[in-house]
Write a protein that binds this ligand. Structure first.
Ligand SMILES: C[S@@+](CC[C@H](N)C(=O)[O-])C[C@H]1O[C@@H](n2cnc3c(N)ncnc32)[C@H](O)[C@@H]1O
Length: 273
């Protein structure tokens, strides 16, 4: 069996130490998946997908070890129960957000691999596993014991992951990093084990294009007035009215006034980590 790379990753990371690590790590790095010209026809229609799986080679990994000590715990685990680079077949798997396509170049966010990493394959990201059925194994135990070390030295504020249900966490939301997700929509994210809360500040008139995701969503207006359209039905929301948006239902929105919104998602919005 022999695999041939279909392209190469252009990422801002030249050194492994620069890449955020651990469960609270935020993978915000943007870069390009450069697909070789001969494979470009294979990208037809990829623009319609918000997220992609990238399968790639840990081309700068050490020889494999079957017991691995990840930065997320102080105990070793079987390599196949981790995402460690040192594996018998050194294949990496990363979910990235597709920002835009420029011919054979896919501009993406969410990279956790080195510049020059060979790409084996790209596939659309589709998740069909109900949140309630997902178990997080030793990671949940490690989080409950408070193991969140191993983050990038430059990653700044404390982890936004609140840990398992066993651990109570009080969080000053104003200290979470804020990010402009699309023009006029700035959010702070808080990730639990099975849910994400997004605290938005939205400029008056800013529009959220129609989209859908596998996550169930409960949308709340904390202040201001927001027009929400769910499956073609349009409503003006003010504080006190919530909207329940089921999985995979198309929706869009527009801020009538400057707004503060709170969206709760289940399962976790990995793309917002
Ligand atoms: C924990 S692995 C997870 C990678 C991927 N998300 C996965 O689940 O397969 C990510 C780490 O692999 C290392 N790494 C990234 N690119 C690499 C490469 N091309 N060769 C060897 N190690 C690499 C970096 O230390 C990075 O922090």
């Amino acid at each position: 069996m022999e695999f041939r790379p279909i392209g190469v990753v252009r990422s801002p990371y030249s050194d492994k130490a620069q890449i955020p690590k651990g469960p609270g790590a935020e993978h915000e790095a943007e870069g390009v998946l450069e697909v070789l010209p001969e494979f470009e026809p294979g990208l037809v229609d990829i623009e319609g997908f918000s997220h992609l799986y990238v399968l790639w080679v840990f081309h700068r990994a050490e020889p494999f070890e079957l017991l691995s000590s990840p930065p997320t715990d102080d105990r070793p685990h079987g390599v196949f129960a981790t995402r460690a680079p040192r594996r018998p077949n050194p294949i990496g798997l990363t979910v990235v957000r597709l920002l835009r396509r420029d011919g054979p170049r896919l501009h993406v966010r969410g990279l956790d691999m080195l510049d020059g990493t060979p790409i084996l394959d790209i596939k659309p990201y589709l998740s069909s596993v109900p949140a309630g059925e997902i178990r997080r194994g030793w990671l949940a135990d490690a989080e409950a014991r408070g193991h969140t070390q191993g983050r990038s030295p430059q990653s700044g504020p404390p982890p936004t992951t609140a840990g398992s249900g066993a651990k109570m966490a009080f969080i000053d939301v104003s200290t979470l990093p804020q990010r402009e997700v699309i023009p006029g929509y700035r959010a702070r994210f808080l990730h639990g084990q099975g849910m994400t809360a997004a605290y938005w500040e939205v400029d008056a008139g800013a529009a959220m294009p129609e989209h859908a995701h596998v996550h169930e969503q409960i949308a709340n207006v904390l202040s201001g007035e927001f027009e929400l359209t769910v499956a073609g039905e349009r409503r003006r929301l003010t504080p006190g009215t919530a909207a329940l948006i089921p999985s995979d239902v198309r929706h869009s929105g527009r801020a009538i006034t400057a707004c503060r919104l709170l969206d709760v998602f289940n399962p976790v919005r990995e793309d917002y980590r």
